[in-house]
Design a protein around this ligand. Structure first.
Ligand code: SF4
Length: 345
């Protein structure tokens, strides 16, 4: 008995009523056709696979015919489907079946998964469709359905989450109707519980789906964790005469190219470079900003200078504090200016 009949029973009933039944590799127990379709479907959508499947079968109608064909001819008939390792493995697998298994597919998922190009999930699908074996499939679509329905947190590509999903997939297996159940999982993932905008209103699992009940469809499955970005720190000196701010136009290339920013560096060094002396200085709260390739902590210092001198350095501009935030400054600098404008106001 499935560990969760509220999952399996509606899925099986839905597949029988509303699932796909007329694909060219359905309505057969022929493991050769089922295997071929499963390999073609691994990285490719159904609509693309159908004409390839039919042409391939017309040229290689039996496992024997495929095993005897030169690899180049097999590749020729695969051309356009991509991921050519699949075609090479298909050919190797056919030859191995003929040489070692007398041209017959073994009927257990474990034995099938030992053959070239047949992973655990594909082996289970062949075992279910061709031999009615109770074996769990777990491809990308099924992972999405399980992660959403059972609110499984964590990136499914992580080994621990992958193990958890396999264990769950095996516990869910129904006692009977394995073909409709397996096909139901595939159909649901491909046509209803899609990556973006799943059609929960049409889903047979909606009543028990944790993602739907918590409105978390877009959060599950958990996305691949982003690599940790390098951290950088930089001082910015907000030099003001009480009414205006001194901003420097950046060169056209590089970070914030062409934008106005406060002079960057350590406060004393910046003031010395500009020939200024501060009447007062205040360390402001740091501000974090994330760029594509790093995270920057801005360490701002407000220096009040009087009276406002003319700055000889090119690119230096005195801008009134009220208008500075809207004068072509990058976002974190705008936030800093708004802080001091708020304090001045
Ligand atoms: S209710 Fe929505 S999110 Fe949940 S399994 Fe169905 S389609 Fe996917």
């Amino acid at each position: 008995m499935s560990a969760f009949p509220a999952f399996t029973a509606p899925l099986i009933a839905w597949q029988k009523n509303a699932g796909r039944h007329d694909l060219p590799w359905q309505q057969t127990r022929d493991p050769y056709r089922i295997w071929l379709s499963e390999i073609m479907l691994q990285q490719t959508q159904v609509a693309t696979v159908i004409p390839y499947f039919q042409r391939f079968l017309a040229r290689f109608p039996t496992l024997q015919a495929l095993a005897e064909a030169p690899l180049e001819v097999v590749i020729e008939h695969w051309a356009g489907l991509g991921y050519y390792a699949r075609a090479r493995n298909l050919h190797r697998c056919a030859q191995q079946l003929v040489a070692v298994h007398a041209g017959k597919f073994p009927n257990s998922a474990v034995q099938l998964s030992a053959l070239p190009g047949i992973g655990r999930s594909t082996a289970a699908a062949i075992a279910a469709f061709a031999f009615g074996q109770r074996s769990a499939i777990l491809d990308g679509n099924v992972k999405r359905v399980l992660c959403r329905h059972f609110a499984i947190e964590g990136f499914p590509g992580q080994a621990a989450i992958d193990r958890e999903l396999w264990t769950l997939a095996e516990r869910l297996l129904p006692e009977s109707d394995i073909e409709a159940y397996t096909q139901g999982l595939m159909d649901l993932g491909a046509t209803v519980c899609t990556r973006s905008r799943p059609r929960c209103g049409d889903c047979p699992l909606a009543a028990t789906c944790q993602a739907r009940l918590g409105n978390r469809q877009s959060e599950l499955p958990t996305a691949r964790p982003r690599p940790k970005l390098p951290e950088r720190r930089a001082g910015f000196v907000l030099i003001s005469d009480g009414r205006r701010l001194l901003l420097e136009r950046r060169p056209p290339h590089g970070v914030w190219g062409g934008l106005l920013v406060p002079p960057e560096g350590e406060a004393a060094a910046v003031l010395a470079r500009l020939g200024l002396s501060a009447e007062s200085r205040h360390d402001l709260a740091p501000l974090k900003h994330t760029f594509t390739h790093f995270r920057l902590t801005l360490e701002p210092v407000l220096c009040i200078v009087k009276p406002a001198p003319t700055i000889g350095e090119p690119g230096m501009n005195w801008i009134t504090i009220d208008t500075a935030a809207a004068s072509g400054v990058p976002t974190p600098i705008r936030k800093l200016i708004e802080r001091i404008a708020g304090d001045a106001g």
